[in-house]
Design a protein around this ligand. Sequence first.
Ligand SMILES: *[C@@H]1O[C@H](CO)[C@@H](O)[C@H](O)[C@H]1NC(C)=O
Ligand SMILES: *[C@@H]1O[C@H](CO)[C@@H](O)[C@H](O)[C@H]1NC(C)=O
Ligand SMILES: *[C@@H]1O[C@H](CO)[C@@H](O)[C@H](O)[C@H]1NC(C)=O
Length: 821
Amino acid sequence: KHQGVCRYPLGMSGGQIQDEDISASSQWSESTAARYGRLNFEEGDGAWCPEITVEPDSLKEFLQIDLRSLHFITLVGTQGRHAGGIGNEFAQMYKIKYSRDGSRWISWRNRQGKQVIEGNRNAYAIVLKDLEPPIIARFVRFMPVTDHSMNVCMRVELYGCEWLDGLVSYNAAAGEQMSLPAYSAYLNDSVYDGAVSHSMTEGLGQLTDGVCGLDDFTQSHDTHNVWPGYDYVGWTNESFSNVEIMFEFDRIRNFTTMKVHCNNMYSRHVKVFRQVVCYFRSEADWEATPLSFSPVEDVENPSARFVTVNLANHMASAIKCQFYFADAWMLFSEITFQSDTAMYNTTLAPPKSGLTPDTQPKDDPTHKVDDSNTRILIGCLVAIIFILVVIIVIILWRQVWQKMLEKASRRMLDDELTASLSIQSETFAYTHNQSSTTSEQESNSTYERIFPLGPDYQEPSRIICKLPEFAQSSEEPVQDGAPHYAEADIVNLQGVTGGNTYAIPALTMDLLSGKDVAVEEFPRKLLTFKEKLGEGQFGEVHLCEADGMQEFMNKEFLFDIPEDLPVLVAVKMLRSDANKNARNDFLKEIKIMSRLKDPNIIRLLAVCIYSDPLCMITEYMENGDLNQFLSRHEPEGQLALLSNAPTVSFNNLCYMAAQIASGMKYLSSLNFVHRDLATRNCLVGKNYTIKIADFGMSRNLYSGDYYRIQGRAVLPIRWMSWESILLGKFTTASDVWAFGVTLWEILNFCKEQPYSQLTDEQVIENTGEFFRDQKRQIYLPQPVLCPDSLYKIMLSCWRRNTKERPSFQEIHRALLEIQQG
Ligand SMILES: *[C@@H]1O[C@H](CO)[C@@H](O)[C@H](O)[C@H]1NC(C)=O
Ligand SMILES: *[C@@H]1O[C@H](CO)[C@@H](O)[C@H](O)[C@H]1NC(C)=O
Ligand SMILES: *[C@@H]1O[C@H](CO)[C@@H](O)[C@H](O)[C@H]1NC(C)=O
């Protein structure tokens, strides 16, 4: 689960990683110091370059990043030194070393044991590499490798997310070998990164790599070159009376649960453990009374499953669990821990001085800059700042001009608008792996003329470049289907948090904005900050308590809360330094939001616009978003009984889906297009009530659901219709498509990302298959819980022809029937 979702850039290109946290073995000059090793940055001389040429087999040079806390790293990106065409140095190959504590360094190897990673082929293109297995570390080193002596420069980025489990290592007896009739299954921990002899010590591995084993343990997700039993670590009762695993954590935590992913293939004498006894250690000593838990034995269902063990808020920095056999074998593929994360935030960043690894260059000659140089430097800086100011003024002027020109030309020169899309060089810098098609794309200009998209829609046309066949026959579908407003007069609001808010036709916009804002100003001092929900380019979303909100709410507004209690609200806040466009968009968003009145749409309650920062106060629902809500729940039945998880009935799933359809029915009746309908954007209240909101995109938690190109636009491609991805068309019909995906998520209890087995690139290829319609497109599979009648609704939402998709009225009616029948 981690791997699909956890692919967020960790801040080399975005700047969240500070200069002081980037170091290197050496530098060629001050202008190629470690801090210039940021992906997509062109500052200094354009990259980090070590002092001397890199020799084959000398692994002396490295670029090191300190992430300040443990992270789960799934992907790395590298780039050479381009420096506007002057540079031509890059690393053809590299290795990665990592460390959790800054002293013990581990060499990364892939699942086949290979250490060397293929790097760049030229100085400008970004090459991304999935880390299989992923890394859990605080420090990461990139070490260039060459086959002949050469100059090497690198820019890098890490992708992943914070490692909230806080697990630093687990120790256990080494996994064993199981003889099967025809062959053996090797149940050792094949990616363990600590020491392995009779037992495993001080490492992490298979149990934390985010890959859950399959029901049949002899099979594996990773089909190439792995042995039977690869995903599992297993032990037999012949060798042990019980299996003791010791878990060490980064600090004392308040533990809620442990989830153990166990195999249960009882036909091969493998079963979930019979009992587990856990001991806790917070300071020096182990607590005297252990906690014990026995799951219900299951000999009906052979599927692998997570068994949840309630750790009852024990405080500990180490946990020791003894697992008892229910049969001859016990096989685990993942173990995760849930602990109090609020506490986590407070101790996130360790003290700045602590733990700097002693590998930094001690005797750095470049620090001996004398006084006269300093003065020259300051002079230069002042000059540069002056020039920058002038450039900024010019750019601002140009933007104003462009806006005016665009307005005039939009009507006359609809198709010619695409000329603005021919921003070439960057478009092709994004090559996944060693895609060699870059040069063909560069020279082929026909792709750019076909799609009359506004300047906000650059990304879909880039995606099209990946589908060469698309260009040949694409004249026809551009015209078909959806109403025209989607292409031309659309008012596209970029929400404060960087997300799309509702996109609506300009016509409706005029109607809406005719009157004054119908919501009242709320006294800022009555808001009490509770938690940050999200953050984006232009602002933040906070969860707050509002005192006396009752007075501000209209009578028509049914909100069954007791008098005088503070109300939970979401507060969207514009940064006070946001530019004028962002401010205008924010005010427009307020106008639009204030007109939306439907029981299934989040309501705007009040605003603070008399002073900065501008705020929008909307409802918030106590159960959080639907995605998290369902992830915490299980379907009714055996499995839920086994793991004590709370459940949601099928009827209630239908009830929630019907409410989403009803809210969307309302939006579509106003010709509003949501553009980002998904469970993460629906909030859950009491008794399974649902309201649709729009701040999903701003949250790191869900960054894996969006496809990022060059850190610019982000698109929820797994929810998007083919025509939205390929043509940039967003209509009610594309919202219907997204609804189909949302329904699929609901029936899967959000346990899986849509198309989780496909990479982002494969999802886009699949979109091309939907367009070509030669029966090669892959549909999302029918969820286990989902009756045929519901799956039929989903399939109808994913029809190629937009006109054949059902309306939200029809969907709503059908869902009500299924719920009642
Ligand atoms: C696990 O077993 C396989 C198959 O025998 C072997 O190739 C591999 O080296 C072992 N790995 C470890 C870490 O012991
Ligand atoms: C652990 O967390 C729970 C729930 O957040 C809280 O009620 C409890 O007091 C915490 N325990 C300690 C020792 O802080
Ligand atoms: C291991 O478990 C099997 C099945 O429960 C049992 O028949 C066998 O006696 C056990 N072996 C040992 C050494 O306990």
